[in-house]
Ligand binder design. Structure first.
Ligand code: CO
Length: 211
């Protein structure tokens, strides 16, 4: 295991190299942040948000949890979305899942892992909803691949159904939600499904009236 001192040394070198390229960089960042994107992704250590999309500190507002779940009862995730949309006024919410997500795979299985099983429960429900469609796929790999994608699409819908996002659209605020998926094995990040940029793209039954 790397010693803490190694990380401190890494940090000192990094801060110095950034300063060398742009002496005002940290002073500028410290005074304000104006990210255009909110990233909702998995906690997986192999999916580092900024690095994957080549964005600098200050350019990406980030929320990560196991299996990039968006639940309407999760104060943490909802607070991030609310602050990003209403205060920072991000233009896009990127819901990024990844192939190889252990959280999703766990939700499809029968083994218990403790507290995390409750966190993953909604994905387990999603798996049950799509079980018929998934069982037509020939291999377990194909089923898991599809579940990784279905989870992203589900979380995109979940974001679009928050009152936070719908009120932004009611106000006429520009805001787009895009599902994305990252491949651990090739490093490629791609969009998944249509982007959602307004209430007209949401089924009527899922729409809220303006406040
Ligand atoms: Co994951």
């Amino acid at each position: 295991m790397k010693k803490l001192q190694e990380l401190l040394d890494n940090n000192a070198r990094w801060a110095e190299s950034v300063r060398a390229k742009d002496p005002g960089f940290f002073a500028k960042l410290a005074s304000q942040q104006t990210p255009e994107y909110l990233w909702i992704g998995c906690s997986d250590a192999r999916v580092p948000a900024n690095e994957i999309v080549g964005l600098l500190p200050g350019e990406l507002f980030v929320h990560r949890n196991v299996a990039n779940v968006v639940l309407h009862t999760d104060l943490n995730c909802l607070s991030v979305i609310q602050y990003a949309v209403e205060v920072l006024k991000v233009k896009s919410i990127l819901v990024t899942g990844h192939y190889g997500c252990g959280g999703v795979r766990t939700a499809m299985g029968t083994r218990q892992f403790g507290l995390i099983d409750g966190w993953l429960r909604s994905i387990r429900d999603l798996y049950h909803v799509h079980h018929g469609e998934l069982s037509k796929l020939e291999t377990e790999d194909a089923r898991v691949d599809r579940m990784w994608e279905l989870n992203v699409l589900q979380q995109v819908n979940s974001v679009a159904q928050t009152t936070i996002v719908q009120n932004a659209w009611h106000r006429g605020q520009e805001l787009m939600i895009q599902g994305c998926i990252y491949g651990l094995s090739d490093g490629h990040w791609k969009t998944l499904g249509e982007s959602i940029a307004g209430l007209q793209q949401i089924p009527e039954v899922n729409r809220y009236q303006p406040l």
